[in-house]
Ligand binder design. Structure first.
Ligand code: ADP
Ligand code: MG
Length: 301
């Protein structure tokens, strides 16, 4: 097959590993810089142009759209979908995953376990908002944050009130969420490909830190999932419409709760922690699923 990885950097670990794995399975794998793609959207024959020429018809694309280029990146993916190219993750699903509020609403619609979460845009009923998620300690999150930046733990109701007021004063969109203390600064990253969890790791936050992000000094190790955790991850991926994603779960006293679903999960942490060849499994999935016009939305957005 001829497969393109949409990525901003051919030297990024995940991009490199996927190219290697695809080639090892006999595919032609091109790395295409998403921001250098441009499109003719007026013609009835949609194409994607790159470096002065039309790109060949790929059997599949693997979009690795960073959160800073979601808008343009999803437009490029949509163009490929319009051409009938199979995208491992569809553009709409990527857009959903970039908005924490939208994601949580979609997950709640399907009855998936979530931390109690509130959202408000005006500071008039802050105390009620806080009470509604069970009071302090609680977590306040910027809606479009990533890598743990924009996630704050407020230990008292007073602290929560002032942080919420400050964010609202800056016109930032935020979530107010029950703090899952019993998770002990750890979460579980479930790596989903198709309808399976192909690898899972437990990430433990650094000493004195509640955020387990590897970018914040968290450490990862292999973990065995319970049946319930596995089912939660698979259901979350399905609710989001993502074929390739990282579902982050907290172990709460009420069972697994989903914190977020990442549509461009990194391979380095998970492959090193689990010893699994996740990149190879992604290509096995593509070999099974990539047919022209096999995407559900076909660029309808
Ligand atoms: P980001 O998108 O920036 O990674 P997350 O929502 O994943 O934001 O939060 C970052 C980290 O903070 C998580 O990996 C987790 O360790 C911790 N965390 C987030 N929400 C909660 C919560 N409700 N209860 C306990 N810990 C949390
Ligand atoms: Mg996270």
């Amino acid at each position: 097959m001829r497969i393109a990885i949409l990525s901003r950097g051919e030297n990024l670990y995940s991009t490199r590993r996927m190219k290697e794995a695809g080639e090892a399975r006999g595919h032609v794998v091109d790395i295409i810089d998403t921001l250098h793609c441009y499109m003719d959207i007026t013609s009835s024959n949609p194409t994607v142009r790159y470096m002065g020429a039309v790109l060949p018809q790929y059997d599949a694309i693997i979009p690795r759209i960073g959160s800073s280029i979601t808008f343009y990146g999803t437009a490029v993916v949509r163009q490929f979908e319009m051409m009938g190219t199979f995208s491992v993750n569809e553009s709409v699903a990527i857009s959903r995953s970039r908005d924490k509020l939208r994601s949580l609403q979609l997950l709640s619609r399907k009855g998936i376990g979530l931390p109690r979460t509130g959202f408000a845009s005006k500071p008039d009923k802050i105390q009620d908002l806080i009470k509604n998620v069970g009071g302090a300690p609680l977590v306040i999150k910027l809606l479009e944050g990533t890598q743990g930046i924009g996630v704050v733990l407020a230990e008292t109701n007073k602290a929560a009130e002032s942080v919420i007021e400050a964010f609202m004063g800056l016109k930032a969109n935020i979530l107010v969420q029950e703090f899952i203390k019993e998770a002990g600064g750890a979460d579980i990253r479930c790596f989903v490909v198709g309808d399976k969890v192909v690898a899972a790791m437990k990430r433990q936050a650094a000493e004195g830190e509640f955020r387990s992000n590897l970018h914040r000094g968290g450490e990862a190790q292999l973990v065995r999932l319970t049946k319930e955790e596995r089912a939660t991850a698979i259901n979350a991926a399905k609710a989001m419409g993502l074929n390739l994603c990282g579902v982050d779960i907290l172990q709460s006293n009420n069972g697994p709760v989903v914190m977020e679903v990442n549509s461009s999960p990194g391979l380095e942490g998970i492959e090193k922690a689990t010893g699994k060849d996740v990149a190879d499994l992604i290509f096995q999935f593509i070999e099974k699923k990539a047919k022209p016009h096999a995407n559900k939305t076909r660029g309808k957005g």
